[in-house]
Write a protein of this length. Structure first.
Ligand SMILES: [Zn+2]
Ligand SMILES: [Zn+2]
Length: 376
């Protein structure tokens, strides 16, 4: 357990002004906005806030001096957690000039953060490959337009909660075998808001929010895959009573393509070669994602031979460039022959080497490798 005085770098005799100075300096230094979401910085920032939240309050400080941090664990967490956030809101507004969002009006609570929402978005195969902008609709809770989120009927205002006298929390001093401790909980009447409404707004029934269909554009970057989530910060439900909004997570689903099979950034294509093209070689038109291209098949092409076209695969999601298109050939043996073809094949047979067992070494190795690959 860290020492709150140590956390703030002050002595145990530090007065209010000294505490405040130390806190402001540290909070500025460790503010998450300056550290790009670095987890260690965020933890440090939280510790600083928790320490200051306790030490700035003479009552809490006295408890801490007597019982240590244990006085603020368990039920007490609410004091160092939720409560801290609210007072910090004010302080940060002063320190960093934050505009809106954090809280409105005075009161002990920041208001509840809006819910995160999840939405499935089904993409066409090519939209996933090349990216797209898609309009989506999400049903979410939005700040009630009739009462501007206060929950109070027109002409009335929220009033101070009678249960907690506007503190947003209720505290009880309790005795346990370990000594006396303070149990602090969010006020059950106002749920930590510190205010209640006598005459609820009719539109939202006092909830401060109403369900709305919200439509927005989702930018899908090129190269996304099935299952990837796009996070749209602040596009979830609005917070209650001035709380910050939640996030919207868009989960991508991608339709299969009838000819291309995607493997990471590579695309696989299967090409059926007739026996004559395989034996004699051919120039064939094959599809790519951007139209047909000509592929030269050399004479003597075998089943399972592969031809690679660089740069015709899927774009890499993060770094530049694209994967490759890999064409695998299958030599098709005719299943039915007309009498003319039968005659030609009979002639052909006379000139071909006889069918035989394939040695596992030498030239047979290549065929064996394909057999192993098939069974792998
Ligand atoms: Zn309302
Ligand atoms: Zn209350």
């Amino acid at each position: 357990m860290t020492d709150f005085y140590e956390t703030l770098g002050v002595g145990r005799q530090a007065d209010e002004a000294e505490l405040r100075r130390a806190y402001r300096q540290l909070a500025k230094q460790h503010h998450p906005d300056l550290h790009g979401g670095d987890a260690a910085a965020a933890t440090r920032f939280k510790e600083i806030n928790e320490a200051y939240e306790v030490l700035r309050d003479p009552q809490k400080r006295a408890l801490y001096d007597r019982y240590g941090a244990a006085a603020f664990q368990g039920g007490g967490r609410a004091a160092a957690g939720e409560g801290a956030a609210s007072d910090l809101g004010d302080l940060f507004d002063q320190l960093f000039n934050f505009s809106g969002g954090r809280r409105r009006g005075r009161g002990p609570s920041t208001g509840e953060r809006g819910e995160d929402l999840q939405l499935k978005l089904r993409l066409e195969f090519r939209e996933a490959v090349f990216g797209a902008t898609r309009k989506v609709q999400v049903g979410r809770q939005e700040t009630c337009a009739a009462c501007q989120g206060s929950g109070a009927a027109e002409g009335s205002k929220p009033v101070t909660c009678r249960t907690c006298q506007g503190q947003g929390e209720v505290r009880q001093v309790q005795q346990s075998v370990f000594g006396q401790y303070v149990n602090v909980q969010a006020c059950p009447t106002c749920r930590g808001r510190g205010q209640t409404v006598d005459k609820p707004c009719e539109t939202c029934r006092g909830q401060g929010r109403q369900t709305r269909q919200h439509s927005l554009d989702v930018d899908v970057p090129a190269g996304v895959e099935e299952g990837i989530q796009i996070r749209l910060t602040g596009e979830g439900s609005h917070g209650r009573f001035g709380g910050p909004p939640g996030d919207l997570f868009v989960v991508l689903q991608v339709r299969e393509d009838p000819v291309f099979l995607r493997q990471g950034t590579d695309l696989l294509l299967a090409l059926r070669l007739n026996a004559a093209d395989a034996a004699l070689g051919a120039e064939l038109d094959i599809p790519t994602l951007e139209g047909d291209t000509r592929l030269a098949i050399p004479a003597g092409t075998q089943t399972g031979d592969q031809f690679t076209i660089d740069g015709q695969g899927v774009p890499h999601l993060r770094r530049g460039g694209r994967g490759k298109l890999v064409v695998t050939t299958f030599v098709a043996t005719p299943e039915k022959l007309g009498s003319r073809e039968r005659g030609l094949y009979e002639q052909l047979r006379a000139g071909l080497p006889p069918s035989a067992v394939v040695e596992r070494t030498g030239t047979g190795g290549r065929i064996w490798q394909k057999i192993k690959d098939l069974f792998a």
